[in-house]
Ligand binder design. Structure first.
Ligand code: NDP
Ligand code: 8X3
Length: 512
């Protein structure tokens, strides 16, 4: 709730990251930690927390995790566990034993009773053919954790160290990389809650809306405490970093998003970029595409390809596909988002030009894109097409016949695509949102008339572009065997096109 009024509040993002992590919503947690870093690149512990999530929750993101641990160490050279995790990565992933040794040793210096570092160091020394050093590290490991002393380990480290033999490959008896303990998570969280409360209370300049934030925040705080209690009860020692809901970040996957210059498309691009996807972003406004590319490259180090074309032109689409270098051709996800409404008139007054534009963009554009991309997916037996429909595909409203007809067509196309493509192992989904702000949708519909466009969203809280983006991302990140076909989503204050509770946005209600 605090973020609703202060979307750039770094503490609130960090705290929300911690809460999301405890709730095992790792995508959300990583989003908030990234946002924290974005707002304050030296925010204490943010890199470290994000690194842990990236490493344990998202497949194949090890290089990024390593960079984050490196940064965490740079920001806080006393963080023993960051040193340890970094050492493990150098050892096990990057095959850099010398560097790994350096960081294991630093871990032990910083935290002499670190439960795993000495043992892992012993194993590494042994593997490197340095038996004396291995033995010394093993002796230390035994002092820290007597459980590591087994007859097998004794034989390996003590006896073998005196013989000139090929070093043995040693299996660690305990998990090599420890999860953060629940106690660590809890105390970090409690500290942050305390800090945030102090910050809010001491801020005398906060206005009415912020006071409401406090009111809304308190039950949230209670919920946090409840969660903490639950965690303590259920898991006195460890929180295993396994996700009940698998939402892995899959790096290197390629997503094409049409209409990424604004609104829902841009918000979707942001989320995929933040989560390590490679993006092909399209739209007609090349300057906007350039800006978006520059933003994601610097903010997320994302790989972004931009393609300027009109989805109504099948030849440009073919040209675009033919221009893709081989390493960009394996498109995993196509988000058919580009679309628009033009005008709001009764059928007998509608402009033919508007009708052509809507039909050509919303139906034919979506078809052309699908026709161009789907064969690659069929060939690979892999892919996911996500169409952006609308509540207008499920109901028809006065003066909106043609726009509603185009979105009804999208509904039919989604169903049809699914029937044709499921046997090729391709997923087909759609999202059908109600009114969405933070878009240019109404501005386009009313030909740049800002006043008329603003009226659409007046006195109620519509969906935001990011809400729809999150749904698209959720659909795209289900396990391979899950196909979510259709999601209808509206603002809580909207029940249908004309049934909108316009008694005010939540904060306005409070202020009056
Ligand atoms: P925006 O106007 O903010 O974004 C529309 C995007 O589509 C822009 O990036 C635009 O890029 C692109 N686009 C439009 N026409 C073309 C074209 N001919 N060729 C290529 N790109 C095109 O609107 P939204 O984000 O709201 O709209 C996205 C989708 O969501 C649409 O399909 C819309 O129907 C649907 N939708 C929107 C709702 C809302 O209330 N906002 C609710 C339900 C569904 P550019 O101009 O640079 O080409
Ligand atoms: C856009 C939503 O209700 O304006 O698809 O048609 S609405």
């Amino acid at each position: 709730m605090l973020l609703q009024y202060h979307p750039n509040h770094q503490d609130a993002h960090f705290l929300q990251g911690e809460l999301s992590e405890i709730k095992e919503n790792f995508i959300e947690a990583s989003y908030h930690f990234r946002k924290t870093i974005d707002l304050n690149p030296t925010y204490p512990n943010a890199h470290y927390r994000l690194a842990n999530i990236v490493l344990y929750q998202f497949e194949d993101e090890t290089p990024q995790a390593s960079e984050l641990f490196e940064k965490a160490i740079e920001l806080d050279p006393s963080n023993a566990d960051a040193h340890y995790q970094y050492a493990v990565l150098q050892d096990e992933y990057f095959n850099q034993p010398t560097k790994a040794i350096e960081y294991y040793r630093e871990t032990i210096e910083l935290q002499p009773d670190h439960p795993y570092a000495a043992y892992d160091l012993a194993v590494l020394y042994q593997r490197m053919g340095m038996p004396e050093e291995a033995k010394a590290a093993y002796e230390l490991a035994k002092k820290i954790n007597p459980a590591v002393q087994t007859p097998q380990n004794d034989a390996i480290f003590v006896i073998k160290s005196n013989q000139e033999e090929t070093p043995l490959v040693v299996q660690a008896p305990a998990p090599a990389i420890p999860a953060a303990t629940s106690n660590e998570l809890i105390s970090a969280l409690q500290e942050d809650i305390r800090r945030l409360e102090e910050l809010i209370i001491s801020n005398q300049t906060m206005l009415l809306a912020t006071q409401q934030t406090m009111v809304n925040f308190l039950p949230h705080h209670a919920e946090t405490n409840h969660l903490i209690e639950e965690v303590k009860e259920e898991q006195p020692e460890f929180i295993e970093p396994t996700s009940a809901v698998e939402t892995p970040k899959v790096p290197g996957k390629i997503v094409v998003i049409t209409g990424a210059t604004a609104g829902i498309g841009k918000a979707t691009a942001d989320l995929f970029a933040a989560n390590g996807y490679r993006l092909i972003l399209t739209g007609r406004r090349s300057e906007r595409l350039e800006d978006v590319k520059a933003e994601y490259e610097s903010k997320y180090q994302a790989e972004v390809l931009i393609k300027t074309f009109d989805v109504r032109d099948p030849f440009s689409i073919d040209e675009m596909m033919n221009s893709l270098e081989e390493n960009w051709q394996d498109i995993d996800i196509l988000v058919n988002n580009a679309g628009l409404a033009k005008g709001l008139e009764p059928i007998h007054e509608g402009k033919l030009e508007d009708w052509e534009t809507m039909i050509d963009t919303n139906i034919k554009g979506l078809l052309y894109m699908t026709r161009a991309v789907a064969p690659y997916m069929v060939k690979r037996r892999k892919g996911h097409i996500i169409n952006i429909s609308s509540t207008s595909g499920k109901e028809v409203y006065p003066n909106g016949a043609v726009y509603c007809a185009t979105k009804t067509a999208v509904e039919a196309l989604t169903k049809g695509m699914r029937l044709d493509l499921f046997k090729h192992n391709i997923r087909v989904s759609q999202v059908a949102p109600g009114a969405v702000e933070e878009t240019e949708f109404s501005l386009v519909r009313f030909e740049g008339n800002t006043e008329r466009a603003a009226q659409v969203y007046e006195n109620f809280q519509p969906l935001r572009a990011s809400d729809v983006a999150e749904t698209i991302y959720y659909i795209a990140t289900r396990p391979d065997h899950v196909n979510i076909q259709d999601v209808l989503m509206l603002s809580t204050q909207q029940a249908s096109f004309n049934l909108i509770d316009r008694s005010g946005r939540p904060e306005q209600l409070v202020a009056t």
